[in-house]
Ligand binder design. Structure first.
Ligand code: FAD
Length: 393
C-alpha cells in the first residue's frame, strides 16, 4: 500500500492548483487523473487560448444556492494573484472584452506553467488511473485502482463536472460525495446553447449563421452580448450566459435592437426618405436575413416610411425590443461549458473547502455548487478554491 499525505483526484485547473500549494507546504502529494494528459479542458478552453481569468471577477459573477460561499476563496486568492503568476512565467496575454484575459499564443502556456509549478513543488502525477473504490478507516482514505492501493490522510476531489464526457468527465465526485453522506444539489448543463421548438426550427434554421448584438433576458437577469442563430437553436455569448438562469419552460426575451435608438432613427429617416421601404430602413440596424425573416413572420408589414405614424413606430420598436423565444431545451453536456449544481456548499467549509462532517475530505472547482458566468470566471473559481484547499489539506 502506497502512503501519501494528500491525494487529489483530477488533474484539471483546480486539482493541479491545490496539489501545487499542498506540496509547497511539504505535503507528499499525488494527483490521479483518468486521462492521458493534464489540463485537458484548459487546453481546449477559450478557443485554444484559455480565458484564464477576468479582471472584474467578484462573487456577483457566480451562481450557487449559497451566494456567499465563494466570497472567502475568491478574496484570498484573487484574479490579481493569478495574473501575477502568469506574468512571472512571462506568458503574453491580452484583454479580449469585458475584462476577459486570454493567452496571446496558446492555452498550452498555462498548462506548461502548471506542470512546472508541480515539478518545482514536487507534486507526483499518475495518469490513466481508473479509481474503483474509495473507503475511509482510522483517519485514512484508501484509494484503489486496478493496479494499486493507495492510502492518504487528505483526499481532495477535483474531478470537475459532467460537460464534455468525451474529454473524461465523470460523475465520480458527485457519487463520492453521496457515498460519504454529503448532499448533492440537482445538476444541469450550463453555459450551453438553447435548442428550438420544432416549429421555430422550421422557421429559423434558414438564418443559421446570423449573429447580432442583443440583450437576452430570463428570470429578471439580463446579458448584453452577441447572439447567434444556429441550425439547432440559439447560441453566442448572450445565450450561453442566460442559459445559466434559464429553466425548462421559461421564455427568453430578446432585445434585437439593443443599444440602438430605433425610434429616433425611423423618425429621422421618415423625414429624409419618406418613400424608403421599412425593411430597407430596418436593415441599417439588423442583419438583412433577419429582417426578411421578421417580415415573413409578420413582425412588421413592409411599407413606405411615410405610412408610419408615431404609434406604429412605437409598436414596432416595442416588438423588436421584446422578441420572445421559447426554447425547447439545451444542447446538454455534449456542448455545455459547465455543470450547474453539485456538492452542496452547506456541506463544506468556505475557508478550507473541507467537508464539515467528513474530516480530510475536500471538494474544489466545478464539482462544487459554484458556477461562474462565461468569461474566465470558472477558471478563477478553480484557482481560488484549489489554492484555499491547498493551504489546509
Ligand atoms: P476539470 O478541468 O474538468 O478537471 C477535472 C479532471 O478530473 C479532468 O481531467 C477529468 O478527466 C478528471 N476526472 C474526472 N473523473 C475522474 C475520475 N473518475 N477519475 C480520475 N480523474 C477523473 N472556463 C473559463 O473560465 N474560461 C474559459 O475559457 C473556459 N472555456 C471552456 C471551454 C470549454 C469547451 C469547456 C467545456 C469549458 C470551459 N470553461 C472555461 C470551464 C472550465 O473549463 C471549467 O470550469 C474548469 O475546467 C473546471 O476545473 P476543474 O479542475 O474543477 O475540473
Amino acid at each position: 500500500m502506497q502512503q501519501w499525505d494528500v491525494i487529489v483526484v483530477g488533474a484539471g485547473a483546480a486539482g493541479l492548483f491545490c496539489a501545487i500549494e499542498a506540496a509547497k507546504r511539504g505535503r507528499k502529494t499525488l494527483v490521479l487523473d483518468n486521462g492521458k494528459r493534464i489540463g485537458r479542458k484548459i487546453l481546449m478552453s477559450g478557443g485554444g487560448r484559455c480565458n484564464f481569468t477576468n479582471i472584474y471577477a467578484s462573487p456577483a459573477n457566480y451562481l450557487s444556492q449559497n451566494r456567499h460561499f465563494c466570497k472567502s476563496a475568491l478574496s484570498r486568492y484573487t484574479q490579481w494573484d493569478f495574473i501575477a503568476l502568469v506574468q512571472q512565467y512571462g506568458i503574453a496575454y491580452h484583454e479580449k472584452t469585458l475584462g476577459q484575459l486570454f493567452c496571446d499564443d496558446s492555452a498550452k502556456d498555462i498548462v506548461e506553467m502548471l506542470q512546472q509549478e508541480c515539478d518545482k513543488a514536487g507534486v507526483q502525477i499518475a495518469l490513466q488511473q481508473e479509481i474503483t473504490t474509495v473507503s475511509y478507516q482510522d483517519g485514512q482514505y484508501q484509494v484503489v485502482t486496478p493496479q494499486l492501493s493507495r492510502q492518504c490522510q487528505s483526499l481532495v476531489i477535483a474531478s470537475g463536472g459532467l460537460s464534455l464526457p468525451n474529454l473524461g468527465a465523470t460523475a465520480f465526485g458527485y457519487q463520492l460525495a453521496e457515498q460519504f453522506g454529503l448532499k448533492v444539489l440537482p445538476l444541469r448543463a450550463g453555459l450551453v446553447p438553447l435548442t428550438w421548438q420544432p416549429a421555430d426550427k422550421a422557421v429559423f434554421e434558414e438564418i443559421s449563421g446570423v449573429s447580432l448584438p442583443v440583450t437576452a433576458e430570463a428570470n429578471e437577469v439580463l446579458f448584453p452580448e452577441d447572439m447567434l442563430f444556429t441550425h439547432r437553436g440559439l447560441s453566442g455569448p448572450a445565450i450561453l450566459q442566460i442559459s445559466n438562469y434559464w429553466q425548462p419552460g421559461d421564455e427568453l426575451t430578446i432585445n434585437l435592437v439593443a443599444g440602438q435608438d430605433l425610434t429616433t432613427l425611423l423618425t429621422e429617416l421618415q423625414q429624409q426618405h419618406p418613400a424608403q421601404e421599412l425593411k430597407t430602413a430596418l436593415s441599417r440596424v439588423l442583419p438583412k436575413r433577419l429582417v426578411e425573416k421578421l417580415l415573413e413572420l409578420n413582425v412588421f408589414q413592409n411599407q413606405p416610411l411615410k405610412a408610419l405614424n408615431p404609434k406604429s413606430i412605437e409598436r414596432l420598436v416595442d416588438s423588436l425590443q421584446h422578441y420572445i423565444f421559447k426554447p425547447n431545451g439545451t444542447e446538454g453536456y455534449r456542448t455545455a461549458e459547465v455543470t450547474l449544481g453539485g456538492v452542496d456548499t452547506d456541506e463544506l467549509s468556505s475557508k478550507t473547502m473541507e467537508a464539515k462532517k467528513q474530516p480530510g475530505l475536500y471538494f474544489i472547482g466545478e464539482v462544487v455548487d459554484v458556477t461562474g458566468w462565461l468569461g474566465g470566471y470558472n477558471f478563477q473559481w478553480a484557482w481560488s478554491s484549489g489554492w484555499v484547499a491547498g493551504q489546509y489539506c
